[in-house]
Design a binder for this molecule. Structure first.
Ligand SMILES: Cc1ncc(COP(=O)(O)O)c(C=O)c1O
Ligand SMILES: [Zn+2]
Length: 380
């Protein structure tokens, strides 16, 4: 009877599903993609009991009924989340910026890592592998350290030294890979045939952490959704998570509308911009150039099709920014008291481009995703 009741409420109904071929799979740590090769999503029913949420500590775990971890004892938390939503003016426009570099590892990636590694712990996993441009690796390494889970982090050789030191400090084994970010991913995927893959782009539990950005914005805006979100896109784990968060809120009757989703890419590496402009269903190969926005220098986004669908569904778009604009935004934000990394400055440069066509009363939320100290060496 209890079993039946709980499954009706959705608590025992979680499973992986593939939006490409419609296969479904039971949850298990070794499964990181579909047999058809596509990424997987997670079926899960979120609930938002506002009176209970309000009684809890200001961390992202206050939305407990919307996070797919079964037992409280599995939760690995360092008090992360519920970051400030700061009001700021750009050329006379009032914008709200989520200050997401204020996380234990200095970037928003902790949103995904706290949930994904809690799930790995719940599964009894002893070791994980991950690949990253640096920040996701730091976040996975930090939460693995807290869980007592060993981890191998694959990074491109060119990653900012600050991020490499940080990953090492958490006790992870650092695997530096010569060549591109894509080559790094290939190496990690090979390792993932034997070791569970705590991948921020493949594993949907990561998105069920990044979605908490949406819940926090909803609460901080008096339980309303903004009109538009301007967010960075590399693999799109924040972009997709935030959209998923607002979709869940809408399904639960908590907001009336889902915001328009605007993504920002670097002009030096903009596979999704190209696909968006040409109306393609999937991104295709591009010629990637150097950019200081290392976190969004992703030529082959795993969930590219999904990102393009979200843009189509919400009437959104992608804007691209030049190196010069990124540099100017970096300097401007420093002078406004925010020391951010160049990848985060790219989002601000994109926001400024978007503001040129903003509607008069449009409410816009954007973000500062990563702390400047991480790439201080490169910035020098
Ligand atoms: C600081 C920062 N901002 C934004 C991004 C982009 O995130 P995603 O690849 O999930 O789109 C990254 C990714 O590494 C990052 O490090
Ligand atoms: Zn499939």
């Amino acid at each position: 009877m209890v079993c039946a009741l709980r499954s009706i409420r959705g608590l025992w109904m979680e499973r992986f599903f593939c939006s490409n071929c419609k296969r479904i799979y039971p949850l298990q740590p070794a499964r990181w993609r579909c047999d058809c090769g596509s990424f997987l999503d997670l079926e899960f029913e979120s609930r938002f009991p506002i009176q209970r949420i309000l009684k809890r500590n200001p961390t992202l775990w206050r939305y407990r009924e919307a996070i797919p971890i079964r037992h409280d004892a599995s939760i690995l938390s360092m008090g992360e989340g519920f970051t400030p939503l700061e009001e700021i003016q750009f050329n006379g426009n009032r914008i709200r910026l989520k200050v997401d570099y204020l996380f234990p590892t200095g970037s928003y990636k902790d949103r995904g890592a706290t949930v994904l590694i809690s799930k790995m712990k719940e599964w009894g996993v002893q070791k994980v592998v991950e690949d990253s441009s640096g920040n996701a690796g730091s976040a996975i390494a930090a939460y693995s350290a807290k869980a007592g889970i060993r981890c191998d982090i694959y990074v491109p050789q060119y990653t900012s030294p600050g991020k490499l030191v940080q990953i090492g400090a958490y006790g992870a084994t650092l695997k530096k890979v010569e060549g591109s970010r894509e080559r790094t991913a290939e190496k990690a995927m090979k390792a993932a045939s034997k070791i569970p893959y705590a991948s921020h782009c493949w594993n949907p539990f990561f998105l069920h952490g990044t979605k908490t950005f949406a819940f926090e914005v909803w609460e901080q805006m008096d339980w309303k959704a903004p009109d538009t979100l301007v967010l960075p896109i590399g693999h799109g784990t924040l972009f997709l998570g935030v959209h998923m968060g607002f979709k869940e809120l809408k399904k639960a009757g908590m907001v009336k509308t889902i915001p328009k989703m605007v993504g920002v890419q670097s002009a030096a590496c903009a596979p999704l911009y190209q696909a968006f402009k040409k109306n393609w269903r999937e991104p295709r190969s591009i010629e990637k150039k150097e950019t200081m926005a290392e976190g969004i220098a992703i030529a082959e986004p795993v969930r590219g099709r999904q990102i393009l669908e979200v843009i189509g569904e919400t009437g959104g778009e992608i804007v691209v920014v030049t190196e010069r604009e990124i540099g100017l935004a970096l300097r401007e934000m420093g002078q406004r008291g925010h020391f951010i990394e160049p990848t985060s400055a790219a989002t601000i440069a994109g926001l400024k481009r978007y503001l040129k066509k903003k509607r008069r009363k449009e409410t816009i939320v954007s973000t500062l995703t990563g702390m400047g100290l991480k790439s201080a060496g490169k910035m020098l």
